[in-house]
Design a protein around this ligand. Structure first.
Ligand SMILES: [Fe+2]
Length: 316
């Protein structure tokens, strides 16, 4: 008999969630904390063994009104895992342990169950998901952004509020989306406070997962020290859209042609999706200089654990 992954992972996934999954916003309660892999001690151990180049420690900037709370990159190499957990609890940092759910056997086993459960519920083959672990300060905020693949936030410890916005052009222009898919380290999009009128806000408690429509812009305000998993996976729909948008980005860059996703016909999108895959392979889009510049270091002696350093290009 197949293991019942649905009840191993979720406690209240019902008909309503099944019918709205990927079409609307859903929240579901989950049991991932029970694995014991997300306690302070387990996370400190994880940070110690995870490769540095797959850890981001950021703080929030406050000087660009169009991109509030934009992340700044920090140097954390002087700190062990325990110190980084302390920094997340008492400082102003946001830590992403990228691909932690894929790289380490014990975490991968949990990721496989999470996606195995979803596959069982919706009756589709299991997605090949990537999962990072987010460890963040009570004052941390994730800036307004959009993910280019299907994303799920599995909140585990603490409280945070997530604002999710409509997918229409007023909330994310085609040009902003093209910037995201052509630049590896960019996913922020311009924000204005009056957009909040159209947002739906959710207060996530411990053990709650939330998922939304592909590409829906969102931002997050922590209310306490938080630990979450973020997972993402490509679907045929997201890969198709991103190939079309890549072609449009190249057309805009090379020929100044502005194409709109919303008004393009099916055949136009189909041709552009094929072109996009080729254009991406041959590197047809010239990526503007976007080096990852380190501007602070995590320092237990500094205010909020954040000490400014002379900027340098990230080399770790
Ligand atoms: Fe996101």
């Amino acid at each position: 008999m197949k293991p019942d992954l649905k009840s191993e992972i979720f406690s209240n996934w019902g008909e309503d969630q099944s019918s709205k999954f990927r079409k609307d916003i859903i929240t579901v309660r989950h049991k991932i904390a029970q694995t014991g892999l997300f306690t302070d001690d387990a996370l400190a151990e994880l940070l110690d063994k995870h490769p540095n180049h797959k850890i981001d420690v950021c703080t929030m900037s406050d000087h660009d009104p169009q991109f509030p709370n934009k992340f700044l990159t920090g140097d954390f190499r002087d700190c062990d895992g325990k110190t980084l957990i302390k920094a997340a609890k008492a400082g102003a940092v946001w830590i992403n342990v990228r691909e932690a759910m894929n790289i380490h056997r014990e975490y991968k086993a949990v990721l496989d169950k999470m996606y195995g459960a979803i596959a069982q519920i919706i009756g589709e083959p299991m997605f090949n998901a990537r999962g990072g672990i987010l460890i963040s300060s009570p004052v941390a905020k994730v800036p307004y952004h959009c993910d280019q693949t299907e994303t799920i936030l599995w909140h585990i410890r603490g409280k945070k509020r997530i604002y999710i916005y409509p997918t229409s052009e007023e909330f994310m222009s085609d040009e902003a989306y093209q910037n995201i898919i052509t630049q590896d380290r960019e996913d922020d999009i311009p924000y204005a406070a009056d957009m909040d009128d159209a947002a739906r806000a959710f207060d996530l408690g411990e053990g709650e997962m939330i998922s939304w429509r592909l590409n829906a812009p969102h931002r997050v305000d922590n209310q306490s020290f938080c630990v979450s998993i973020t997972t993402e996976y490509s679907t045929r729909e997201s890969a198709f859209k991103n190939s079309v948008m890549f072609t449009n980005a190249v057309l805009r860059q090379k020929f100044g042609v502005k194409s709109r996703w919303i008004s393009a016909s099916g055949p136009e999108k189909y041709v552009k999706s094929i072109a996009g895959r080729i254009l991406r392979k041959v590197g047809a889009y010239e990526v503007p200089d976007g080096e990852d510049v380190v501007t602070f270091k995590v320092d237990p002696q500094a205010n909020s654990y954040v000490a400014k350093v002379d900027p340098f290009v990230r080399n770790f």
